[in-house]
Design a protein around this ligand. Sequence first.
Ligand SMILES: [Zn+2]
Length: 144
Amino acid sequence: MLKLSQPVYDSLRRHGEETYPHECCGVLLGRFEDDGSRSVTRAVRAGNTRDDSPHNRYNIDPKELIRIQKEGRERGEDIVGFYHSHPDHPAQWSSTDLAEAHWFGCSYVITSVEKGRAAVTNAFELTGIEEDKKKFIDEQISIS
Ligand SMILES: [Zn+2]
């Protein structure tokens, strides 16, 4: 389960509306709970470095990711997930999303943005311990 506050949930959805018709992307900082759930304390916006096909690809600059990770650690936060948007496409992961996901045990949140308005937001947990056996499983989102 992925636990988000309403303001964090709203902000990652709004980000997808602001970058429409391009994809947005960002990092979810928080902590891993003992019961296996993830609690998000902050959604950090990241720039989409993919300028070849920004409407259906996203990539976070590794340098930016390291900076976000470092700032989180200083505040006692871990990277617990990532989010991006699907402009005019369903909030389901694509084969590219799976191929480019490498953070096992983290949540991948996808928001469909239809004609500029955030529609459905879904979360998927990346499970597995090896690259060739990894998969996404549906994850419940809890908003508090
Ligand atoms: Zn995607």
